[in-house]
Design a protein around this ligand. Structure first.
Ligand code: 5GP
Length: 118
């Protein structure tokens, strides 16, 4: 349990190395790892390591600098694993498919020749 009395999210547990994942990028406050059920040749989840914001609207209002950092990580991951071009999807709400209520972006992109997810 966290100090708020809530269970840590699956992404918090990945960031803490309690749950294994293929981590492709990390900064002090952001972690990026391959999605367990990829929907594109490159499908990376990019998320703050802590879960105080449940969606991108809350993140933008509460910590716009952290949202900027998340987008910079997306750009760097796409430059390394793809061709620098990418879709960034923030599901916001259960009715559009959000299942993990810890803000995260899906980076979806083609895989670059020679790109590796490991
Ligand atoms: P959402 O549907 O909330 O926008 O996205 C959650 C994403 O997290 C899904 O694409 C799902 O496949 C991914 N996911 C859920 N649990 C895990 C996990 O344990 N490991 C990894 N790598 N991805 C996960």
């Amino acid at each position: 349990m966290s100090s708020t009395g809530q269970e840590p999210s699956i992404f918090t547990r990945i960031a803490a190395r309690e749950v294994p994942a293929t981590i492709v990028a990390e900064t002090e406050r952001i972690i990026a790892f391959t999605d367990i059920a990829p929907q594109a040749p490159v499908h990376v989840v990019i998320t703050p390591k802590t879960s105080e914001y449940s969606n991108v609207v809350e993140l933008a209002a509460g910590d716009p600098g952290l949202l900027t950092e998340l987008i910079e990580v997306a750009d760097a991951v796409a430059a390394r694993l793809s061709n620098g071009q990418f879709r960034l999807v923030f599901n916001t709400g259960a009715s559009v498919g959000q299942t993990v209520f810890h803000v995260h972006a899906h980076l979806l992109a083609p895989q670059a020749a020679g790109g590796t997810l490991g």
